[in-house]
Unconditional design. Structure first.
Length: 121
């Protein structure tokens, strides 16, 4: 029997931070907004319909995770995606979720159809 390699604790911690940054609907929406290019914080605030301090908090988390960069121009802050491959990750997770929903719907439908069609015993 082959020995399984021990997971690298630092890698696990970094992965956890990345997934933690992605584990919020508002932050996912920010990434999707930024997928079309750099945006001013005011545009992100408007798009999310959230208070500016809340949006700044989400942007700080995304920046700490290394997913977005900031550019200052005078009083304005502009954000852009730093790692384009994060969009591929988000898309892959979206495909997984859609597949799971389809499978759950099929299983749910099958169970309920059997329950209503099966003869009473």
């Amino acid at each position: 029997m082959s020995k399984v390699a021990e997971p690298d604790p630092l890698l696990i911690e970094a992965q956890s931070e990345l997934f933690g940054a992605l584990a919020n609907p508002s932050r996912l929406r920010v990434l999707l907004m930024l997928s079309s290019g750099e945006r001013c914080v005011c545009e992100i605030v408007s798009g999310l319909k959230m208070a500016q301090p809340t949006v700044s908090h989400h942007l700080d988390i995304l920046r700490s995770a290394g997913l977005v960069d900031i550019r200052q121009k005078g009083k304005w802050s502009y954000y852009r995606i730093k790692r384009k491959d994060v969009l591929e990750l988000v898309e892959q997770v979206g495909l997984m979720v859609r597949q799971q929903i389809r499978e759950d719907a099929e299983r749910f439908t099958h169970v309920h159809v059997k329950r209503f069609v099966a003869p009473n015993v």
